[in-house]
Design a protein around this ligand. Structure first.
Ligand code: B12
Length: 340
């Protein structure tokens, strides 16, 4: 059976939304028993269902608590595929699968780990938010053939770079993926990753083509790193300044619940644009903020206003300031017209 043959995605979504762990696990078990490709179960049923969960949170329909509960169900469903994968003999090498520090989205790493295991690799899965020092220790102890890192949030991209440094310093190739990398390999290449893939299917293929040994990554461009580091060090002060200047946080409107998170995300987008020399996290984040706020009945101009406030707050960081001025509003629709 393939996706087009109609996987029971609605039934899985129902199990997630009603937090019915038994139903979700039984559904996955049934698919596996019926001979459905387990990789398709992971990607087209479980990961797809989780993205729907995220959209519900983004639209303000679900609380973070509900998101957590649904994720626990998806984790149980993934473990069912894991049990199936454990029956596959280990015929290839060993892979350490991890989330960088500050990355709490553990499920994408679990899903990729299960996909790799299904293809005969031995998988050592580290949990969410692992420190670079702990990763180095693990690489030393386990001696894997490859490292795989999952990064869903922009705030964990700089620690992902430190993972890349740790892995390549040990000569071990490192594959990266996750939504923070966007839809192509530009950010992954800029950070020095050996390979990138957009989904679990691609992860399996990319792993097969990795070199046996790699060189240590060269340092990132100094000009961009100086500003990036200064912004990271001053992150909390900058958030406070933005909070004092942006009207969404100075009034007690319906968006207060998410507005603080939004400020962190905006600054993370600036950091990643500097770190990877890719400006796209800025318009992507501006649009994400716009959707988040307008779903909560906020003034549609608030994301554009944040761009202005952000640019002025970052006036002492010339590259960041210019990036925000040029790119923040690229994807926003202002007064009915897309901004060009
Ligand atoms: C569940 C969830 C959480 C849970 C995580 C619990 C857990 N144990 O995992 C909790 C509640 C902790 C959480 C917290 C937050 N979350 Co959250 N979360 C999600 C959600 C709904 C699902 C994540 C998931 O499991 N996805 C399923 C995976 C499998 O899909 P995927 O990422 O597409 O993965 C595929 C590929 O990317 C690729 N891949 C992934 N990793 C790797 C690795 C390698 C090596 C390779 C090759 C490929 C690869 O293969 C996968 C399978 O095909 C997403 C929505 C979404 N769109 O994913 C939001 C989402 C990621 N979260 C978001 C946000 C904002 C947050 C918070 C900041 C605020 C909040 N909502 O609480 C915090 C930040 C925490 C942190 N610092 O990490 C945003 C991020 C938006 C952005 N612009 O960055 C999203 C997109 C929601 C949204 N629509 O706004 N979250």
């Amino acid at each position: 059976m393939t996706v087009s043959d109609g996987l029971p995605t609605e039934a899985f979504d129902h199990a997630l939304s009603t937090v019915d762990e038994k139903a979700a696990v039984a559904l996955v078990r049934g698919l596996l028993d019926d001979g459905v490709d387990p990789l398709s179960v992971l990607v087209d049923v479980i990961a797809r269902g989780q993205r729907v969960v995220g959209e519900r949170w983004q639209r303000g329909e679900w609380t973070v608590a509900k998101e957590h509960a649904a994720t626990a169900v998806a984790i149980s469903a993934t473990k069912e595929v894991d049990r199936f994968a454990d029956l596959v003999p280990v015929t290839r090498g060993r892979v350490v699968v991890a989330c960088a520090e500050r990355e709490w989205h553990a499920l994408p790493a679990m899903i990729v780990g299960a996909a790799i295991r299904l293809h005969g690799w031995e998988v050592v899965l580290l949990g969410a938010s692992t420190s670079p020092a702990r990763l180095s220790q693990c690489l030393h102890d386990v001696g894997p053939d490859a490292t795989a890192v999952s990064c869903s949030v922009l705030g964990a991209m700089s620690t992902t770079r430190r993972f890349i440094e740790a892995s390549t310093t040990a000569g071990i190739p490192i594959m990266v993926g996750g939504s923070a990398f966007g839809g192509d390999d530009r950010r992954a290449r800029a950070l020095g990753a050996t390979a990138w893939a957009p989904h679990a299917h691609g992860a399996v293929d990319a792993l097969r083509d990795l070199p046996a040994v790699v060189r240590r990554v060269p340092p990132l461009p100094r000009s961009l790193m100086a500003e990036h580091s200064a912004i990271e060090i001053n992150h909390h002060d900058l958030v406070e300044t933005l909070r004092a200047r942006w009207s969404a946080t100075t009034t007690n409107g319906p968006v207060t619940e998410v507005s603080r998170e939004v400020l962190h995300q905006a600054l993370h987008a600036v950091s990643v644009a500097l770190l990877t020399n890719d400006p796209r996290p800025l318009p992507e984040t501006a649009v994400w903020i716009d959707h988040l706020l307008t779903a909560r009945d906020a003034d549609p101009g608030l994301s554009a206003e944040l761009g202005v406030v952000l640019a002025s707050t970052l006036r002492d960081y010339p590259v960041a300031h210019t990036l925000v001025q040029r790119h923040w509003t690229e994807g926003l629709v202002l007064q009915g017209e897309p901004v060009r």
